[in-house]
Design a protein around this ligand. Structure first.
Ligand code: EPZ
Length: 430
């Protein structure tokens, strides 16, 4: 398994271009199931989860072309014939977002067999709200041998109120509703930019959607959808991660190709910590001139502080003067990075859903292990300021959601290199 070797102590200086958002690209690729025509998506990130989604769609009979040329990061998908509408466990176990094919498969073919996504490092990750919504739209759903089997002659419009705000639940049911008979009203929806991005693609394909990005979404079902070309949003979490990299190293980093409007809560918190942020329509420059100040965060659904930035912020908090309270409200087990940060010298105590971080603690290099995508990013950030050479193992977790992170960091002066086995091992289920 690949490892990163990182020598800390260098303030990062320079420019980083932000890639397309993995969590937009995944539902948008699934949306191609809804039409026989070709769907072209631009600004696709070159990350492992996208390759997994390509394999998943191809395994069902879709033609999927995926290219990362210099000029473009593009995928062309044509689901003319879905010969095998099954999301097999071998694929689903490596990426639970595979459940995003459930809604579109039923809407397009009238049936779907999707392996139940296991939990993952950060929590149980149930999909009961996806199932409840599909049943409200008339789907018959059974579970056996670890698979969900769903059938419906044609889904019918329904009034759905989500018990909890769920991002992929909102996306899955939105994709089911666009071909359902009649009107679907969904309340208590997720308002993440990834939902809005998906709705923009579906609208370009001929769907009739109102309210995406708000908590109530109305959909008038149509008979069929046609192909479209769509450019994926920039990745707000990748951007937030690199903002923290610039701040934690006391550097001066400019992000290009990003959307500051998607990062308000993160930018606000960085400024509270004493970080200087200069914005334009698609760039953010971050500098930390004075000592960092502590600040409390509490993760909330969008537009609140994103859970996907919690681990990264905690690394920053270890370098801030004072005590920061970090509360994780979305997932039940998203403090896997804490013990590894403590091994590097951080002073963090966890009590239930809140971690108390006392700074500033000088960090020292250690051999640490990545556990999930964002916890891994947190370890990279800590290693950038730790004294000595940190070795991070199991970096395939990072490769799932960050495009060539070591090249981007080296481009702004970080001393980071990847060492790997000759034979790349497939990771165990993540
Ligand atoms: C999406 O996951 C993202 N993944 C996650 O990003 C992100 O952390 C999460 O939203 C929250 O923002 C993708 O978009 C592919 P949820 P999702 O459904 O949709 C509970 C990353 O790092 N819930 O919004 O799976 C659930 O257990 C990943 O890129 C139910 O109880 O998250 C959680 O506590 C990690 N029943 C809460 O809701 C359900 O049916 C929010 O989960 C669905 C969810």
């Amino acid at each position: 398994m690949d490892k990163f070797i990182i020598r800390g102590g260098t303030p990062l200086q320079g420019t980083i271009r932000i890639s397309g958002a993995k969590n937009s690209a995944l539902p948008c690729m699934a949306a191609a199931i809804l039409t026989e025509d070709e769907v072209t998506l631009e600004n696709i990130p070159d990350v492992r989860d996208i390759e997994t989604e390509r394999k998943l769609l191809a395994s069902m009979g879709a033609e999927v072309e995926l290219g990362y040329g210099r000029a473009h990061h593009r995928t062309r998908i044509r689901c003319a014939l879905l010969s095998d509408p099954v999301a097999k466990y071998e694929i689903v176990k490596t990426m639970r977002a595979s459940s995003l094919v459930l809604g579109p498969l039923i809407a397009r073919t009238g049936m779907a067999r999707v392996a139940m996504p296991g939990g993952c490092a950060i929590g149980g990750r149930p999909i009961d709200l996806h199932i409840k919504g599909l049943q409200a739209m008339g789907a018959e759903i059974t579970q056996e041998h670890g698979y969900l089997e769903a059938r419906a002659k044609r889904l019918r419009g329904a009034h759905i109120v989500f018990d909890k705000i769920t991002v992929t639940g909102t996306e899955d049911l939105l994709m089911a509703a666009v071909l359902a008979g009649g009107e679907t009203v969904m309340e208590n929806c997720a308002r993440e930019p990834e939902v809005t991005d998906l709705a923009a693609l579906l609208t370009a394909m001929g769907a009739r959607i109102e309210g995406a990005g708000a908590s109530t979404i109305r959909v008038q079902g149509v008979e069929r959808l046609h192909g479209a070309r769509h450019r994926i949003n920039p990745d707000r979490i990748e951007a937030g991660t690199f903002l923290v990299a610039g701040a934690i190293t006391g550097g001066d980093v400019t992000l290009t190709g990003c959307n500051p409007n998607h990062l308000s809560a993160v930018l606000h918190k960085l400024q509270e910590c004493g970080v200087v942020c200069d914005l334009t329509a698609d760039t953010i420059r971050v500098r930390s001139q004075s000592n960092l100040r502590s600040a409390d965060i509490s993760t909330e659904e969008y537009p609140g502080f994103p859970t996907d930035m919690q681990a990264q912020f905690m690394a920053l908090a270890t370098q801030a003067e004072g005590t920061s309270l970090v509360t994780e409200n979305i997932f039940e087990n998203r403090f896997m990075h804490v013990q590894e940060l403590v091994r590097m010298g951080a002073n963090i105590r966890v009590d239930g859903r809140t971690a108390t971080v006392r700074g500033r603690s000088p960090l020292s290099a250690a051999a640490v292990m990545a556990s999930d995508l964002r916890a891994s990013a947190s370890l990279v950030l800590a290693a950038l300021v730790a004294e000595g050479e940190t070795i991070i193992d199991r970096v395939y977790h990072i490769d799932r959601g960050y495009e060539r992170i070591e090249e981007k960091l080296r481009g702004v002066g970080a001393k980071i290199r990847r060492i790997g086995n000759v034979f790349r091992e497939e990771p165990e289920s993540a």
